[in-house]
Design a protein around this ligand. Structure first.
Ligand code: FES
Length: 138
């Protein structure tokens, strides 16, 4: 008999209480700058990314809690904008544009050289956690 376990209740691990409280103070300062709390979502996502290096499930939940939004609403925004990383990022985040103009100026070759030099593919981080390489478009 084959047993398939499917856990649909997995929730992100919340921030530790002291970190949560400190972030909540910062979040309230940010939210106070806007006439409507939900208008503070982008800066709150930036705050989450500055804390963890990317926007984690914990960060999504935190933003939703602060703004009275659902996790799905926050996730939709976080995944729409390419400036928000959804996976762990190295100490240095290197983006190479390969749009037509930049490709003509050598963007494709620079990206290829960096992939070879760093030993990573697009979106990956070096084994030492120092550099995340990403193909971007302006
Ligand atoms: S086209 Fe590459 S930075 Fe604008």
């Amino acid at each position: 008999m084959t047993e398939i376990l499917l856990n649909l209740t997995t929730r992100p691990i919340p921030f530790p209480p002291e970190a949560h409280d400190r972030l909540q103070v910062e979040a309230r300062e940010i939210i106070a700058r806007y006439p409507h709390p939900r208008s503070a979502l982008l800066p709150l996502l930036h705050l989450m990314q500055s804390v963890e290096g990317y926007v984690s499930g914990t960060g999504i939940e935190f933003c939703a809690e602060q703004l009275g939004l659902t996790d799905a609403e926050v996730t939709a925004v976080a995944t729409f904008y390419s400036m928000y990383r959804r996976t762990n990022t190295g100490d240095y985040h290197v983006g190479v544009c390969t749009n037509t103009l930049c490709a003509v100026m050598g963007g494709d070759q620079i990206l290829a050289d960096l992939k070879q030099h760093l030993g990573v593919e697009n979106g990956e981080t070096t084994a030492d956690g120092m550099v995340t390489l990403e193909h971007i478009e302006c």
